[in-house]
Design a protein around this ligand. Structure first.
Ligand code: D41
Length: 676
């Protein structure tokens, strides 16, 4: 024995951990640690086994890839094993890959490679006999997978019969089944709405969807398939290049990746990797790297494979989007509308290309669903530019001193009571603009681009101004002096003057912008515009009852209530008054008298109109663009029938022309006139 005892112990421990992770990943579809962590453990084990070969055993997790098939699905053996891929994590490792190939082939020219995005899904095999899909199977451990034919048949992008007349009698294609990002988000949103467990990432969601014993569930999940190689082929001569094989698969009706490209040499591979890395967030599906494959099938043959991976291919990984770290503490942040959001403070961790030390926990429902506690080991996911999220707790690694996360009873900023309304996920501070946090957020919103658009007044500066107690409300912005501003840290006199100029020019605004800037709950840009168009000026809106607000396009009872309440709060009215006193102004909107909603219609008035008289009715109709005629014909658009209508009413009824009585006519006029 020439290995130290600690090495043997570490090897045993690594194997136990890896076996456990494997079981969770492949058998339970419920991985406990992120892939990056698994890869690290595996690499460490490989390293130790290379250093002390006598520690290597045939059942070491380094000697196989994958896991046991689940009970409930029939087993399938892959006659041609489904190989795995070696990984590269840096430009150097990519260069080393090409160097190995050149050495083995004894030539120094750059090789030609097919480049494919590495989809993050589930590897599968599809068997076609005489063009007919006869079997679908998961990769499993590469030699034995699961028969998932009935599930695979529900996936729209998998042809049940291949197209064309020149098809191999036996064809086994391989590819990846995955769930597009949008479908993943929708699936998780639905789960959250139903207070069900969410999937950690699109790959788990795809795995979970594919391994449903009920194919109807699979069918409901918008899965996609993309093909990347051929296993068995009989009675057919394949073209000499991998890229041509892919094009042929495409002609037969199978999907291939549209980003596939052919390049020469490791440097061009590196460029492709960087270019796709830039595009990664915009792609509609998740990728975790790029697969480079020697394009010549003949060279692939010559290169062969070692253990279970081909020498002629490599997966060059992107920075992992999931990592594990420790949740140190939970703080509660207060937003503009008072929503109190739990935010996880983390042991800093490099994930998705940046160092992350905070992640959102969404709300208390999510905290309960995740069963997360302070001190837990947690999985963080940062995909694209969305806020990092805590997606999972590693329950097995919970420390003894982990503590429960509790919603504070009082607002951490202003001390007001925190309320959690029945049926609402968010808890809220009841302090309104009394609350410093809500004040800061309200002022940030007031200054933002779609609101008053005050150039140079960024979030940091707003916080500074509120913290230094120079401002309390948006109105206070307009009484700031040059001395006050240039006295601030990191504020030169020039920038202070620029800000004063920006404030001045933003103070002349429009009513829709102004209404939006007030940050009334649920009043976005579109609603602000509808409100301005409907009420034309601020006093009319301030005085509107909830019923009157409901008349506005896309205002429902909840929004109407928020608006009504906003204008009933004394401090809000005070701020409105101050703003106007400070010179914030806008032109009122005017009724557009030229709008003619009844243009092209012919109306007829008959009988006695008791409240307005026929002539007033006539002129108001004409103002709306209608022609007013004296007799009913097939061309009449509408008959207004007052008291004691006679033959005209009978004729209109015979011709099937619509009729309004006087109250309905008055309503209709009012409605049309208010819309102008
Ligand atoms: O997109 C992928 N995930 C992907 C996976 C791909 N584009 N190409 C692949 N090529 C292979 C070889 C070279 C072995 C035919 C693969 C995989 N294998 C693979 N997927 C899972 C294990 C191996």
């Amino acid at each position: 024995m020439n290995h130290p005892e600690p090495a043997a112990q570490e090897v045993a421990q690594l194997r136990e951990q890896l076996n456990e992770h494997n079981y969770r990943y492949y058998v339970l579809d419920d991985p406990s640690v992120p892939d990056a962590e698994y890869d690290r453990l595996l690499r460490r084990l490989q390293q130790l086994e290379a250093e002390y070969p006598e520690l290597l055993t045939p059942d070491s997790p380094t000697q196989r890839v994958g896991g046991e098939p689940l009970e409930g699905f029939e087993q399938v053996s892959h006659e041609v094993p489904m190989l795995s891929l070696d990984n590269a994590f840096s430009a150097e490792e990519l260069q080393a890959f090409e160097k190995r190939l050149q050495d083995r082939l004894r030539h120094s020219e750059p090789l030609e490679y097919a480049c494919e995005p590495k989809l993050d899904g589930i590897a599968v095999s599809l068997l076609y006999e005489n063009g007919l899909l006869v079997r679908g199977a998961t990769r499993g451990d590469g030699s034995t997978g699961e028969n998932i034919t009935s599930n695979v048949r529900t996936i729209a992008s998998i042809p049940l019969r291949l197209r064309g007349d020149s098809i191999p009698p036996v064809l086994e294609v391989r590819g990846e089944i995955y769930l597009p990002k949008a479908a993943f988000d929708a699936l998780n949103q639905r789960a959250r709405d139903n207070n069900e467990k969410t999937f950690v990432n699109p790959r788990n969601a795809a795995a979970g969807s594919l391994r449903q014993l009920d194919p109807k569930i699979t069918a409901s999940r918008a899965l996609q398939m993309c093909c990347y190689s051929i296993g068995r082929v009989e009675g057919f001569e394949l073209p000499p290049l991998h890229s041509d094989v892919l094009h042929l698969l495409n002609e037969w009706g199978l999907r291939i990746n549209s980003e596939m490209a052919v390049v020469k040499g490791a440097e061009a591979c590196q460029a492709y990797y960087e270019q796709l890395g830039q595009k990664r967030d915009q792609l509609p599906y998740e990728i975790d790297g790029i697969v480079f494959k020697v394009n010549s099938l003949q060279l692939q043959q010559r290169l062969g494979f070692v253990s279970r991976a081909p020498r002629w291919a490599i997966a060059y990984k992107f920075p992992a989007q999931e990592e594990m770290t420790q949740l140190l503490d939970v703080e509660f942040q207060v937003g503009r509308t008072g929503a109190v959001t739990p935010v996880a403070r983390l042991e800093p961790v490099f994930v998705g290309g940046v160092t992350v030390s905070n992640a959102t926990l969404h709300n208390m429902d999510e905290v309960e669903r995740l069963q997360v506690m302070k001190g837990d080991r947690v999985v963080i996911r940062r995909a694209g530019d969305v806020i990092p999220q805590v997606v999972k707790v590693v329950l097995e690694q919970r420390p003894d001193d982990a503590s429960v996360i509790e919603l504070p009873k009082e607002c951490p900023v202003c001390g007001s009571e925190v309320e959690r309304a029945e049926g609402e996920a968010a808890a809220r501070c009841s302090g309104g603009l009394f609350c410093g946090a809500q004040r800061k957020e309200a002022i940030k919103h007031f200054a933002s681009r779609k609101a008053l658009d005050i150039e140079g007044l960024g979030d940091k500066l707003v916080e500074q101004l509120v913290d230094e107690q120079l401002i309390q409300t948006p109105a206070d912005l307009f009484s700031l002096s040059l001395e006050q501003l240039s006295g601030l840290e990191r504020m030169a006199e020039k920038s202070a003057q620029n800000l004063l100029d920006a404030l001045k020019s933003s103070s002349t605004t429009t009513l829709p912008r102004f209404l939006y800037s007030l940050g009334i709950r649920e009043v976005g840009e579109a609603t602000a515009l509808s409100l301005a168009r409907h009420f034309l000026n601020l006093p009319a809106l301030c005085d509107a009852s909830e019923e009157a607000l409901l008349e506005v396009d896309d205002v429902g009872p909840i929004v109407a209530h928020h608006i009504y309440t906003f204008f009933r709060q004394a401090h809000n009215l005070e701020v409105l008054q101050d703003l106007q006193q400070q010179g914030v102004s806008w032109p009122d909107l005017e009724v557009d008298l030229s709008a003619r909603p009844l243009e092209g219609e012919t109306w007829v008035l008959t009988g006695t109109l008791t409240t307005m008289g026929r002539s007033e009715g006539k002129s108001r109709l004409q103002a709306l663009g209608a022609k007013v005629a004296g007799s009913v014909s097939a061309k009449t658009s509408m008959l207004v029938a007052g008291d004691k209508s006679g033959s005209k009413l009978t004729k209109a009824e015979q011709l099937g022309i619509p009729v309004l009585d006087e109250p309905a006519f008055i309503d209709r006029l009012a409605q049309l006139e208010s819309k102008r």
